[in-house]
Design a protein around this ligand. Structure first.
Ligand code: ZN
Length: 223
């Protein structure tokens, strides 16, 4: 794997683990895909084989139907969180905050949902989780007041604030830990605001998290 976690510009000594993701954590996004607003978090996992650097060209498997962008705030975990942990322990376990794309093969996901089958092939494929470098949690300020923006070819597509999460980061980590132990080097993707849409080969993307992170990338075809 050609990826290592970086915080504030320096490589950190943490393994690259799983990525626990939450679906429909912003009501406006749930509605745009005609999904009900869930009463508790919808969780899924991307394996570490899905992680690539967002700064590198992002390869999408365009032969598998539409691939949607979902720009999300990411959280890097540096201490184990297991069932029974509390929000204070969750807070202490957070090392960094970043940006990620939860790439989603939307046509395939719809086919799987229609058959009541799991989403993995649509969400967990190789390269499905491009991630930025992290900023340290101390520099980031309030996790529930971060502006998430994504431009596609200079057009603003997503513009949300983490204040609108249905389940904020700390209760989300506590909830997740009841099902999946979080290990040092694991990541959390906190859900996408509204405005998702399909990617095309050659697209230029610019993403930002408040004034903490600005990054750009381009979309290319998977080999
Ligand atoms: Zn997502």
């Amino acid at each position: 794997m050609n990826y290592h976690h970086r915080i504030d510009g320096a490589e950190v000594d943490l393994p690259v683990g799983k990525v626990v993701c939450v679906g429909r954590n912003y009501a406006a996004h749930a509605r745009e895909l005609n999904n009900p607003v869930p009463s508790e978090p919808v969780l899924f996992i991307k394996p570490n084989t899905s992680i690539v650097r967002l700064a590198d060209p992002v390869a999408i498997p365009s032969h598998l139907g539409q691939c949607h962008f979902e720009a999300e705030m990411s959280i890097l975990i540096a201490e184990e969180l297991k069932a029974g942990c509390d929000e204070q322990q969750a807070q202490q376990a957070i090392a960094g905050v970043g940006l990620a794309l939860d790439l989603t093969l939307r046509d395939l996901q719809q086919q799987l949902k229609d058959k009541s089958l799991p989403w993995e092939k649509a969400k967990a494929f190789d390269g499905a989780c491009p991630v930025s470098d992290f900023v340290s949690v101390n520099r980031a300020g309030d996790l529930q007041d971060q502006q998430i923006q994504m431009y596609q070819n200079q057009q603003l597509r997503q513009d949300g604030n983490s204040a609108d999460m249905l389940t904020p980061v700390l209760p989300l980590l506590v909830y997740i830990s009841q099902f999946f132990t979080l290990l040092p080097g694991d990541m959390l993707l906190t859900g996408t605001p509204a405005g998702v849409g399909p990617l095309a080969i050659g697209d230029q993307l610019q993403l930002s998290l408040s004034d903490l992170i600005q990054c750009q990338t381009q979309i290319c075809a998977a080999i």
